[in-house]
Design a protein around this ligand. Structure first.
Ligand code: NAG
Ligand code: NAG
Ligand code: NAG
Length: 394
């Protein structure tokens, strides 16, 4: 009976090689990186990347230890798949990358495979107090603090198992990406750290985010203009500001947001739950085909919120409506507790009322007392289907 065993071994090995090509390993330490957390290793990892990028399946290895990296831009195109294996910790300095978009950036790479249980440590703490209203002041153009890991024009790629902590701004920022998955990633920053969104996606298509553990000071996940075909599942979020589509409509000619699914996710003590927000006034665009399904809420503020009059810190004077059309949004099987009496709060645009908003299988009660929450709606045809608490819109 040797044949089946060798067949099994053959299948096993070929499966491995389909996922990750035969690989040539380029270790950071063999290219000048020092794991003492003090000497800047940016140049060492850049030259490691240059070598790995030339070989299909080339691996950049970040061995165990702590490596100071002031900032690094890993650019493609590469010659096939490039693996970035993080075993140790990449550490920013408190001052590094201030004034630019990102601390560590991968740009124009097709076939990036990031693996390893290592850590990106953004060293953000000393920068958080300096620009508390950074996002409110300029949405995502808040360029005085960098995102920790940015993927720009990255395609056909995956990120698995790594941890990001204490970013100065967003932890991960996906921009102009296509076919990217993130799986088993942990993201950690204190509850009061501003704008430290876990993952921000914009202008990207076919993105799958799953098995994520996110505790941060801003949105666990936020989806900006041009997010299409995004699947999010198996996320635990909290503390943080929940999962947000938007804010949208701040700039002219924003691309539509279409085809978003958020499933099997638990939100704990977040100060918003599931949210869609658009500025008012705002130029036209569309948000459509969005499903929030199988969500558990633990003591969440504003569990379900559509806000088309988003205007933090009174920066706009509500002179006009949002022209962002929100349509075909489903909230299915959303259960648990709210810290607010209003469990569903939908404020749509007067001139572009929300269309086809459907609620089914809601069961949102007050934290502590267990009393039913209420729903408040304007400019919306909310369709409350069987077995829902709150039962209808006031
Ligand atoms: C995606 O990546 C895999 C593995 O690196 C590669 O075999 C495949 O050709 C890539 N697909 C595209 C469309 O680039
Ligand atoms: C998202 O999920 C749907 C159905 O569950 C699937 O058809 C689609 O391919 C998925 N898209 C991505 C980007 O994972
Ligand atoms: C839901 O997500 C949790 C992790 O958050 C996971 O352990 C569980 O298997 C998922 N369940 C389903 C049905 O996908």
């Amino acid at each position: 009976m040797e044949f089946p065993i060798s067949l099994f071994v053959f299948l096993f090995i070929s499966t491995l090689y389909i996922n990750v090509h035969a690989t040539e390993i380029f270790s950071g330490t063999e290219n000048g990186a020092t794991p003492d957390g003090k000497i800047d290793c940016s140049q060492a990892f850049l030259s490691t990347w240059e070598k790995a990028c030339k070989v299909d399946g080339g691996t950049v290895l970040v061995p165990s230890g702590t490596y100071l990296v002031k900032s690094a831009l890993f650019e493609g195109p590469c010659n096939g798949q490039t693996v970035f294996n993080v075993i140790g910790t990449l550490k920013a300095t408190p001052a590094s990358s201030i004034g630019v978009e990102s601390w560590i950036e991968f740009s124009h790479v097709n076939g990036l495979v990031m693996i390893g249980k290592g850590v990106f440590d953004g060293q953000g703490a000393s920068t958080w107090s300096r620009s508390v209203n950074c996002k409110a002041a300029g949405s995502f153009s808040c360029s005085n603090r960098p995102s920790s890991v940015k993927l720009k024009f990255v395609t056909n790629s995956s990120i698995k198992d790594v941890t990001s902590m204490n970013s100065k701004m967003f932890h991960f920022h996906l921009n102009n990406c296509d076919d990217v998955t993130m799986n088993r990633v942990s993201i950690l920053a204190p509850e009061d750290s501003p704008n430290t969104d876990g993952i921000h996606v914009g202008a990207s298509n076919n993105v799958q985010l799953s098995n994520l553990n996110i505790a941060t000071g801003d949105d666990c996940i936020s989806l900006g203009p041009g997010s299409t075909n995004i699947n999010i599942s198996d996320v635990t979020c909290g503390p943080g500001h929940g999962i947000s589509i938007g804010s949208l409509g701040k700039y002219p000619n924003e691309k539509n947001v279409v085809g978003i699914t958020i499933r099997n996710t638990t939100l704990s003590k977040t100060n918003n739950g599931l949210r869609i927000k658009t500025w008012a006034p705002s130029p036209p665009s569309t948000v459509s085909d969005v499903t929030f399904q199988d969500i558990i809420l633990n003591d969440v503020d504003n569990p379900i919120i559509i806000d088309q009059q988003y205007c933090p810190h009174n920066r706009c004077n509500h002179q006009g409506d949002s022209k962002v059309q929100i349509k075909s949004v489903k909230f299915i099987n959303i259960k648990g507790s709210s810290s607010c009496l209003v469990g569903v709060n939908v404020v749509c645009s007067k001139s572009m009322p929300c269309q086809d908003i459907e609620f089914s299988g809601l069961d949102i009660t007050m934290h502590g007392s267990g009393q039913p929450t209420t729903a408040s709606c304007s400019n919306v045809k909310g369709n409350f289907l069987s077995n829902v608490v709150p039962t209808s819109c006031s």
